[in-house]
Design a protein around this ligand. Sequence first.
Ligand code: MRU
Length: 359
Amino acid sequence: MSMEAVTHAVNVRLGDDRNSVVILDQTLLPNETRYLTLSTAEELWQAIYLLQVRGAPAIGIFAGYSMAVLARNIEAEDFASFRAEYFRLSAYLNSSRPTAVNLAHMLKRMEKVVDAHSEAPRAELIEALFTEAKAIHDEDIAMCRKISEYGLSLLKDGDGVITHCNAGPIATSRYGTAQGPFYLAKEKGMDIHVFVDETRPLLQGARLTSYELTKAGVDCTLICDNMASIVMKQGKVQAVFFGCDRIARNGDVANKIGSSGLAVLAHYYGIPVYSLGPSTTIDFNCPSGDHIPIEERPHSEIKELFYEKPMALPETKCYNPAFDVTDHTLLTGIVTERGIAYAPFEESFRKLFPEEMAK
Ligand code: MRU
């Protein structure tokens, strides 16, 4: 597979009939490449919940196209009943996953389009929704590219970087965020070595990140999550790069479970930690990580999934939070499409995002 086949892979797109959304089923990778064509609200909800489409930006893009498709099929006599049904479907999709704020942000953005067309003919409103969904997608492509460039500016030839979960092209649109700099480095002929945490329990690192990097020819080594300490101690890691699902105003970052542990380790070994993500992942209304809802997922993901036989007794208690919050004091910087924010993060965000922070 060529580098471009990985960095430009299509993970989410509008169906040719504009009556469906087509996604790459991320649950089947790396063993099978299968695309799903989804149309009903239930199918679209399930795709997010089951992580067939996953990664904060990809979920946001998917939500945009999904709402345009659903809106097209709403049968309503007048704008008020159209709007009521549209907002019901939007709230339903929003209930599929609580932590990544991109989903809520993009649904809200699409809702604004509906309200801005209360007087317009229905066909015009629907067209405006498709246009907005496409704009969300195009903007993400541009943001990922900028984030990858800023991220690359933090690396030098010979560096080892450890990464967690998957924040590559299939979680976003082209290049990715936290893993985007690795592809750019490869394109520029730089020598960067990536350690990929397998990312228990859903193995996004093993199944998705190491798959994407290996296919693109990026030098990488897969490790179990509990091996991060030894590679850091051995001096093989010069930076930690991970993505984000929701960033609070104070710089606390919610990301895949295990991210904060990695940051704590890095702090001990004196290794810089960066979270990389688009501004669509910043929740400007959220004061700190304490206010970020953390998704809890089925216990079967810990006990059974990916094992040939169950690895714990059915009655064994489990706790399966899908995300954790890395305290801002553990972060060296937050890399966005407008530049790199440094502590104090609130002040830095005010400089990079004056309008959003003023709201
Ligand atoms: O549960 P997931 O796989 O959707 O979690 C994803 C992450 O934590 C990613 O790091 C984050 O969404 C950023 S993707 C660019």
